[in-house]
Design a protein around this ligand. Sequence first.
Ligand SMILES: Cc1cc2nc3c(=O)[nH]c(=O)nc-3n(C[C@H](O)[C@H](O)[C@H](O)COP(=O)(O)OP(=O)(O)OC[C@H]3O[C@@H](n4cnc5c(N)ncnc54)[C@H](O)[C@@H]3O)c2cc1C
Ligand code: FES
Length: 257
Amino acid sequence: MSYFCDKYTIVEKTTLAAGIFSITVKCPEMAKAAEVGQFANITAEGYTLRRPISICGIDKEAGTLRFVFEVRGKGTEVISRANVGDTLDILGPLGNGFKLPQGRKIIAVGGGIGVPPLLGIAKECASDCTAVLGFRSYDRIILDKEFEKYGANVAVCTDDGTVGFNGLVTVPLENTLKNVGADLVCACGPEPMIKAVVAVCDKMNVPCQVSLEQRMGCGVGACVVCSCMTVRNGEEYYARVCKDGPVFDSKEVKFNG
Ligand SMILES: Cc1cc2nc3c(=O)[nH]c(=O)nc-3n(C[C@H](O)[C@H](O)[C@H](O)COP(=O)(O)OP(=O)(O)OC[C@H]3O[C@@H](n4cnc5c(N)ncnc54)[C@H](O)[C@@H]3O)c2cc1C
Ligand code: FES
């Protein structure tokens, strides 16, 4: 797997919600190599460790990658101050993305800032994609219209009921599986949401791929900071989320608790 590292110019920047930014960079080689569900490691000036951010949009023709991120701490705050014309030092594309079967029905289930890496599924699968997107409240909703623009069927859920279904993503997920069915579920979001999605998929006997988040050091498989317990062919082993993931078959992941 080849990755690239350089300073890339920001060609577009927008604010999607308070503290949530969309940044598009011109990086032709990286865009050409990128796949849906991979991530990149972005340098925050003044900090040694890069920050892992998922690839939200890939435009191979324009040679650009898009990242959507929320300011969580000092590093993402520094990155959020970069503007169009500035450069970001980026290493990518990293990890293994989603394995998307062609012409099959896919349900993408995202929670909060776990939604961005799923947008590429809608771009690739159009009306074969149903997106079930969960947010805390109406003012945290991002990217729902962009999923629709690509032709996906979109169900928005909010914890407080201010928009869409009032409750957890698992309810529309289970209803969609019962009423329409799906060949694959892809999930990204907080661990409790992922665990609940996997439980529904196990119950309904539908394959599920999950994108995991883990604190990272190198991002390229060298430091094992990002280890998580997995099972393959009945054998338990520590996988590196950065290199073996971040996307795993849910059957391989041993969740805590
Ligand atoms: C594979 C992957 C993809 C991600 N994609 C996105 C995305 O598309 N959009 C987005 O907003 N966020 C994403 N995150 C989370 C993002 O990396 C963290 O929010 C960010 O690193 C926080 O950095 P900070 O300096 O602002 O926060 P701080 O809390 O100050 O960070 C301190 C250290 O902890 C690490 N850290 C803190 N929180 C996380 C976390 N949740 N995951 C991994 N490392 C963390 C930081 O990288 C840094 O090294 C992703 C994480 C992973 C592992
Ligand atoms: S972050 Fe270093 S091995 Fe994964």
